[in-house]
Design a protein around this ligand. Structure first.
Ligand code: ATP
Ligand code: MG
Length: 424
């Protein structure tokens, strides 16, 4: 008999991968715990109407063609959740937790969208998402972005991911801009790709998101939102940028950044990477003050983001594979063989101060050049050079082998501090 196979667009996580995922999720959740966000666990199925009203208010691809829906025995239409935000808002609203209260929560688990499977795009995929209901100000937006930044730091991904930021303003300003954009594009309908042509009438802002060069060319002289933004949203955005600057969080302003969903307004952001090809967005979020009302609640300010675990896991794996295998962290070069004993003792003091780091002391003499070659071969990240001058001054020359930063003569204490900081 033929073997029964996995459903297209789904994935099994077998032990090795499941182990990596567990560590990944634990690190992320640790960061969320540190921000005192609380977990909620929500069902995988919801009434289709929940998504039709919230996600589908903008006639999105998700509701139009990506949802897994079924008719239940009593005739009601149910759908596997394509995202977590609407469910989260529904659950908190329904249980009275949004009544005059702020809530900061996170969720995790599988989401389902009937998309064309490809690298980084699946039909069952996993998100961890956070949502803050209540406070309307840029302080919450900044906290969310800070939290994302800390997640990338905890996962050693900071160097690979960049933050893109934009504002979509208040509904009226956005509507005026949307109309201007549609008016600008309508004469060029024939030159648009099929998806963009369809969006022209229903959700023209999404056209900005198109990756196609021909469509992007038509957008070059499109109306800019700068000419439409309302004063309050402009002030909100300026305050957010001020907070991020104060936190030292770098961002790139991307006026083309829009979210597919109509309930977003004001702040929108994405973290993207160059390493995953076309599926380079690892995390996306923003402010969606309109959502709770569309599902029957009172107007409630809200903001959040969701990260795609498959993409984050792929990125971590790509980096681990690209990194040279490393047997050693710190390679200690001995430039004065007569003083080998002094070096051995000095390195032992460093080892004692830095448990967890692997120090290898060069043996067998040879030129500095040949010793540094050995350091690189064993994948060391740093080298310490013990020469006559250094030993006389109770110092050591510190060399970062990866960054190529200028070398420095440091005391043992300074070396320890430096390594503690850089290895963190
Ligand atoms: P995309 O433009 O890649 O389709 P999206 O705008 O549909 O993304 P969101 O709904 O904002 O994505 O979901 C947040 C994150 O979830 C994305 O940034 C991505 O990392 C992940 N994600 C979304 N759809 C998929 C999918 N089909 N497979 C894997 N991950 C996904
Ligand atoms: Mg999508």
């Amino acid at each position: 008999m033929a073997v029964v196979r996995l459903v297209r667009g789904m994935r099994d996580l077998l032990p090795e991968e499941a182990r990596r995922w567990r560590a990944l999720e634990e690190r992320i959740v640790q960061v969320l715990d540190g921000f005192a966000y609380e977990e909620v666990r929500l069902p995988l199925q919801e009434m289709t109407e929940l998504f039709a009203r919230s996600v589908g208010a903008a006639a999105t691809d998700i509701v139009e063609k990506e949802m897994y829906s079924l008719i239940d025995r009593d005739g009601s239409s149910l759908s596997l959740r394509p995202e977590g935000t609407a469910s989260c808002a529904r659950a908190l609203l329904e249980s009275g937790l949004l009544r005059n209260q702020a809530q900061r929560v996170f969720y995790r688990g599988p989401m389902f969208r009937h998309e064309r499977p490809q690298k980084g795009r699946f039909r069952q995929f996993h998100q961890i998402g956070v949502e803050a209901f209540g406070p309307p100000g840029p302080d919450v937006d900044a906290e969310l972005i800070q939290m994302g930044t800390e997640i990338w730091r905890a996962l050693d991904l900071s160097g690979e991911i960049q933050l893109e930021l934009n504002t979509l303003g208040a509904p009226a300003a956005r509507a005026a801009w949307r109309d201007a954009l549609a008016t600008h594009l309508r004469p060029h309908r024939a030159a648009l790709d099929a998806d963009s042509a369809r969006r022209l009438d229903r959700n023209p802002l999404r056209i900005l998101d198109s990756k196609l060069p021909a469509t992007q060319a038509l957008l070059a002289d499109a109306p800019s939102f700068d000419d439409y933004i309302d004063d309050e949203s402009a002030a909100h955005f300026a305050a957010l940028k001020g907070l991020l600057d104060g936190l030292g969080i770098a961002y790139v302003l991307n006026p083309r950044l829009v979210r597919g969903l109509d309930y977003y307004g004001r702040t929108v952001f994405e973290w993207t990477t160059q390493r995953l090809g076309a599926q380079g967005t690892v995390c996306a979020g923003g402010r969606y003050d309109g959502l709770v009302e569309t599902i029957g609640g009172k107007p409630t300010a809200a903001a959040g983001f969701a990260l795609g675990l498959e993409r984050v896991a792929m990125l971590r794996l790509a980096l681990a594979e690209a990194a040279p295998a490393s047997a050693v962290d710190v390679y200690c070069c001995v430039l004065e063989p007569r003083r080998q004993g002094v070096v051995l003792a000095a390195v032992q003091r460093l080892r004692n101060g830095l448990p967890g780091l692997r120090f290898r002391v060069h043996a067998g003499g040879g030129s500095l050049k040949s010793q540094l070659k050995r350091a690189n071969q064993c994948g060391a990240r740093w080298a310490l050079l013990f020469g006559e001058d250094e030993l006389r001054d109770n110092r050591v020359t510190f060399k970062d082998l990866r960054s190529g930063a200028p070398q420095q003569a440091l005391t043992a204490q300074a070396v320890i501090e430096r390594l503690v900081g850089e290895a963190a």
